[in-house]
Design a binder for this molecule. Structure first.
Ligand SMILES: Nc1ncnc2c1ncn2[C@@H]1O[C@H](COP(=O)(O)OP(=O)(O)OP(=O)(O)O)[C@@H](O)[C@H]1O
Length: 228
């Protein structure tokens, strides 16, 4: 008996994006296809304006593609007419460029993370998920008791990784996650992100301008702006 081949964790099939409507409509992402298997990391590179963040936003379910579709675990995740169901949102999580975007400023980091895990998983007891993710991200759990303004940029970005990993996603999308950090901190944070996704078998899409970060990924996808 021959089994079906396992589908990639993340499949992007001829996805395109358009900004504007009618006569103002302009294609901003040329047809893009990609498959990412568990534990693989794909660096998304290309010139400024090529459409990298647009692809990241579509994969996160934050933007609707104009064409094509995104599948997670072989199931449709988003299409030009379909958004991810609320119950599925846990499956794709993001690590933003500015980690402060992931947290409520007046809350402790821990409270923001617990709230997100509870909302996405329905679990009341979030502590073991959060502690495990903090251990993997090498974030001292003591720091979860601080507000975002009370930690360094590198610590905040590690906390943003904890927030993204703790709900148990299949796919992580990180859009320039280290561009606001100094070189040494950026290197340590990207190493943490890559080792966590490898260890947990998460498919990682990593938008970066940093060749050193791209080199550490399993593969590189170069995006080219659509021809006008
Ligand atoms: N809200 C918007 N309205 C109109 N055009 C937009 C909007 N956001 C982005 N664009 C355009 O879409 C194209 C792709 O933008 P995108 O941010 O995806 O590029 P990028 O490759 O991530 O660039 P960068 O490396 O500078 O971050 C660009 O031409 C940009 O000007």
């Amino acid at each position: 008996m021959t089994g079906q081949p396992t589908p990639p964790t993340l499949t992007i099939e001829r996805v395109t994006a358009v900004h504007g409507h009618g006569a103002q409509a302009r294609m901003v992402l040329a047809p893009t296809s990609l498959g990412v298997y568990p534990g693989e990391s794909v660096a998304v590179v290309g010139r400024s304006g090529a459409g990298k963040s647009t692809l990241a936003d579509i994969t996160l379910g934050l933007r609707t593609p104009a064409g094509g579709r995104v599948l997670v675990g072989g199931d449709e995740w988003c299409t030009p007419t379909g958004r991810p169901a609320r119950s599925e949102r846990r499956l794709v999580q993001g690590v933003p460029q500015d980690p402060l975007a992931a947290f409520v400023p007046r809350w402790t980091l821990g409270r923001s993370i617990e709230q997100a895990v509870r909302r996405l998983t329905g679990d009341r007891d979030t502590e073991s998920r959060v502690h495990r993710a903090a251990q993997l991200a090498r974030l001292d759990v003591e720091l979860l008791g601080r507000r975002p303004s009370e930690v360094s940029g590198g610590q905040a970005q590690r906390a943003a990784i904890v927030r993204a990993v703790a709900p148990g996603p299949a796919v992580l999308v990180a859009d320039e996650p280290t561009s606001a950090l100094d070189a040494d901190t950026a290197s340590a944070v990207s190493a943490a992100l890559l080792s966590i996704t490898r260890e947990l078998g998460i498919a990682l899409l990593l938008v970066t301008h940093d060749p050193a970060v791209a080199e550490r990924c399993t593969r590189t996808l170069t995006i080219t702006a659509p021809v006008p």
